[in-house]
Design a binder for this molecule. Structure first.
Ligand SMILES: [Zn+2]
Length: 175
């Protein structure tokens, strides 16, 4: 966008900080960026605050830097996934609490990010990134062996089941 280029040209600080646009951030990254921003604790959403929320997200993203923001969001996604599967390890709980010490703010920024994502689209690349996740320590389900013993139904009428190792459902079995 020409406006961005002009701003970078006249402002030497802006050229050292990579431009961040809201579309380039996944929903999870938006939540983490909000947490890192000046968003006040106890903030209450009002109609018309959307632009303010976006500017907090951009502020938080710049404050953290994109690499750290992406990694933190991936770890948060791994935590949420493990929690959904009721497999959270003590290590994950400790690491998540260290990254997000304010429990209420953590929950609230997740809600606010979802609200922003209702009207601010996520680019395909950011959406793809939003599906990836990282775990603190080994995978809580398979311990990083990437495989779990499971049984599956081959034919329900014949009551035919087979057992064997399959890819871990939690980490997806990816190396
Ligand atoms: Zn696993």
């Amino acid at each position: 966008m020409p406006a961005t280029l002009v701003a970078e040209h006249v402002n030497p600080i802006a050229s050292s900080v990579p431009a961040v646009s809201i579309e380039d951030l996944s929903n999870g990254e938006r939540a983490v960026a909000l947490y890192a921003s000046d968003l006040p604790d106890g903030y209450r959403y009002k109609r018309g605050d959307d632009a303010q929320l976006v500017s907090w997200i951009i502020q938080g993203a710049k404050r953290m830097g994109l690499d750290r923001l992406r990694r933190t969001a991936a770890l948060a996604a791994g935590f949420h996934l493990s929690r959904q599967a009721k497999r959270v390890t003590a290590e994950q709980t400790r690491a998540h609490a260290e990254r997000f010490p304010k429990v209420r703010r953590d929950r609230r920024t997740g809600e606010l990010a979802a609200l922003v994502t209702l009207y601010a689209p996520v680019s395909d690349e950011a959406r793809e990134r939003g599906l990836q996740y990282l775990m603190d320590g080994p995978c809580p389900e398979c311990g990083d062996t990437r495989q779990v013993w499971r049984s599956w139904c081959v034919d329900v009428n014949a009551d035919w089941y087979e057992e064997g190792y399959g890819p871990c459902f939690l980490c997806g079995g990816a190396a």
